[in-house]
Each structure stands twice: as C-alpha cells, then as structure tokens.
Design a binder for this molecule. Structure first.
Ligand code: ZN
Length: 236
C-alpha cells in the first residue's frame, strides 16, 4: 500500500498485514507456513530447511525480568568495585573497568580506550536497561507503543555488548604478566564472569514474538499515525 502526502515527494509504503496471524514465512528459505499451537518449552521447525522457526519459551517474561534485574545489580557492582590489583616491586595499583579505559586513554591508546568503554560499559548498560524497559512495558495489560521501537533497536546493543571478549583479553594479559607482578583479582572480575552467563540466560529466555503479539494494537495505531490521520486510542 502506498501513500503520498500532497506537495511532497516522500512516499512511505506499508504492507497490509494478513488477518491470519498464524501464517509465517521461514527466515531462511521463505517457505510460507502455518505455525501450530506449541506447548511451552516446545519448538516449531521449517519442514523444508529444518531451521527452528520459533521456540515457545516457558514463562518468558517473568524469567527474563528476573534475569535482567540480576544483571542490573551485578552490572552496578562490577562497575563500582576494583577489577584487578597489581603489586610490582612493592607498589600497589588497582583499577575498575572504567578506570582501565581511562588508563588506556591517558596512555595514548585512545581508540582502544573508547572501544573498551563502549563495548564493556555503555553497550551492556543499554542492553540491560532497554531489556528492562521492554519487559516492564510488555508486562502491562496494554503494551505501550514505544516498546516496539525499543524492541527493534535492542539487538544492536546485544551485538556491541562484549564483556566476554574483554574478560578473555584480561585473562591473556594476566597470564603474560604473571611472572613480573603479583596479581590480586578484584571482586568485579568474578562478578563480570557471572554477569556474562546471566546476560546469556537473559537473552535465551526472552521471546520477542510474545512481546510483538502484545503490541499488535500499537502497530495499527502507528501505521495510522504515519499516514497523518488522527485516530483516538480506543480501549480494546
Ligand atoms: Zn525454511
């Protein structure tokens, strides 16, 4: 469907959704098929390419909410206590994750410092914060329209969140300097390892399809807003 605003060359095209919500196309081979009723814990596979179409996760919203809250608490601890301490020829030094990025910046490794700050501090914060917003929004009886916008952008934060890569880098560095300095592992080092697994669990328990289904009414009103038509929100 194409709509053109008079006097403007800007054209927006929105497809009309089909009434039958159980019809889906396989993401891998495009085969159009009907999704059956799936019990919690079960999954549906494409009959042509055998890729998983959807896994009905058990109690997805509540589990994701619990894991996201745990991740938020661990994140705050991990970024407020020292990650590593070193003792070299009688001198002690310790640093947090943000402190490590600051040291890199001060020592001329500005690009690496910014990358560490972005991938190990900012992106995980966004990943956790946006997930919390999505889950809290989806838990409401009527999921607000902004949940859809956040849900669309959330995968970007997941891609850039790389705490596990930083942890592997830290381990490699520790092995290399173990002969020259005494290393004192900080609480944050252990908390970050737990956080890596909690974040993986948070993503694994999240079912975006369930949230999209709660947003169906919002999709309709968003489409009408784009068309420049006023539509009063009517309770379902
Ligand atoms: Zn397929």
């Amino acid at each position: 469907m194409s709509r053109q605003v008079s006097g403007s060359v800007h054209t927006e095209v929105y497809n009309q959704p089909i009434a039958d919500a159980s019809l889906i196309a396989c993401l891998h081979c495009d085969l159009l098929q009907r999704l059956p009723e799936i019990a919690p814990g079960g999954s549906a596979r494409c009959p042509r390419c055998n890729k998983e179409l959807w896994r009905h996760r058990e109690d997805s919203l509540n589990r994701t909410f619990a894991l996201t809250l745990a991740a938020a608490v661990l994140y705050l601890i991990a970024n407020s206590v020292p990650m590593l301490g070193l003792t070299i020829v009688g001198r002690d030094a310790s640093t947090t994750v943000i402190g490590g990025a600051q040291h890199l910046w001060d020592n001329g490794q500005r690009l690496v410092g910014v990358l560490v700050l972005f991938t190990a501090v900012i992106a995980p914060a966004l990943q956790i914060g946006l997930m919390l917003a999505i889950v809290l929004g989806a838990m409401r009886e009527r999921a607000p329209k902004w949940v859809g916008a956040v849900l669309r952008h959330h995968p970007i934060t997941r891609i850039w969140s790389m705490i596990e890569v930083m942890m592997v880098g830290v381990l490699v560095a520790l092995v290399k300097i173990a002969d020259y300095a005494t290393i004192i592992p900080g609480i944050a080092l252990f908390v970050l390892w737990v956080l890596v697994f909690i974040l993986a669990g948070m993503q694994a328990s999240f079912d975006s399809r369930e949230v999209w289904e709660k947003l169906e009414w919002a999709q309709d009103s968003a489409r009408d807003d784009h068309a420049g038509e006023f539509m009063a929100e009517e309770p379902l």
